[in-house]
Design a protein around this ligand. Structure first.
Ligand SMILES: [Fe+2]
Ligand SMILES: [Fe+2]
Length: 309
């Protein structure tokens, strides 16, 4: 399996300092259940990885996505464990979460890796870091910590694929920036929904407006490091912002209605970089990658996935 480079932002850069404020599992049970309702929906959208596996541009990407699908579906079970700990039944997700996770889904690989993986899973990761820092419940925290390590890899993969995509097609930059601005609008709507549930007295939630500014700043930094944003959001005029958002919305809609399909791996695999990698060299030396006894690298990769349980 190819190595995924580290994320373009560090954990420290993505973490918000809540100044020692904490959630209380008893006092905040209803609010925490609502927060985990949103996470559960996001994890169930792991089924969408199957769509991208079928459209993966390279064997490395296909390998990564197969593993990601297993991890996301494992996360569904881990979040159900949290509902069990809270003695709660899952409820529906907020429309903004459904829009970010499913509504923004297109048939375009570049949109997927940038919007859904680098940015979307990046938002999830920022909230996970926040929950780990503010929730003292040991069992819930350890479930979140395990999921976080896997989400970091998903974000890093989305980022590295976005960088590659923009090297191949630099003119996609404007469209991806427009879509990123739409995703920040959805995050703002979600933040207002959280604020409506919070009292001014709550030690964590009263910091939410600052946390939202932090999410905007880290998104700005991520977009800069991905080569999508050249100047801070504040320097982009309102007219220019709405122009980019309209342009992106039209492009997104067009991709959904008339998807441009690249050839499937079943047609291109012989030209794939993996065919010239060490995996194949070992195969030629007598250790067949697809050996019937399951000792090939592909099988070992899948074994790694199972071990994650
Ligand atoms: Fe996940
Ligand atoms: Fe993920």
């Amino acid at each position: 399996m190819s190595i995924v480079p580290p994320m373009v932002l560090t954990r420290e850069e993505m973490s918000f300092d809540f100044g020692g404020a904490r959630f209380d599992v008893e006092r905040d049970r209803e609010l925490l259940v609502w927060i985990f309702d949103q996470f559960l929906y996001g994890e169930v959208t792991g089924i969408q990885v199957g769509h991208w596996l079928y459209r993966a541009p390279t064997l490395d990407a296909a390998n990564f996505l197969a593993r990601q699908a297993v991890e996301e579906l494992q996360h569904v079970d881990r979040f159900l464990e949290i509902f069990g700990i809270l003695s709660a039944t899952p409820g529906p997700a907020h429309p903004a979460v459904r829009f970010l996770s499913t509504g923004m889904m297109s048939d375009d690989w570049n949109e997927h890796v940038c919007l859904e993986m680098a940015l979307g899973e990046g938002y999830v990761l920022t909230v996970l870091y926040g929950l780990i820092d503010t929730l003292e419940h040991g069992q819930i925290r350890s479930i979140l910590q395990r999921a976080t390590r896997q989400e970091e890899r998903h974000v890093a993969f989305g980022e590295s694929e976005t960088i590659k995509a923009l090297q191949e097609k630099p003119r996609d930059r404007r469209r991806l920036l427009g879509l990123s601005l739409w995703s920040l609008v959805a995050i703002g709507l979600l933040a207002r929904a959280v604020e409506r549930r919070a009292s001014d007295e709550h030690p964590v939630l009263r910091q939410f407006p600052d946390f939202l500014r932090h999410v905007n700043r880290t998104t700005e930094l991520r977009l800069e490091r991905l080569g999508i944003l050249n100047a801070p959001f504040s320097e982009i005029g309102l007219l220019s912002k709405s122009g980019m958002m309209s342009f992106a919305a039209v492009g997104h809609l067009a991709n959904r209605l008339w998807p441009r399909r690249r050839p499937r791996l079943t047609a291109t695999y012989l030209q794939d970089a993996r065919m010239r990698s060490g995996t194949n060299q070992r195969g030629r030396a007598g250790h067949a990658p697809h050996a019937a006894d399951g000792t090939g690298d592909e099988m070992r990769d899948l074994t790694d996935v199972v071990d994650l349980e």
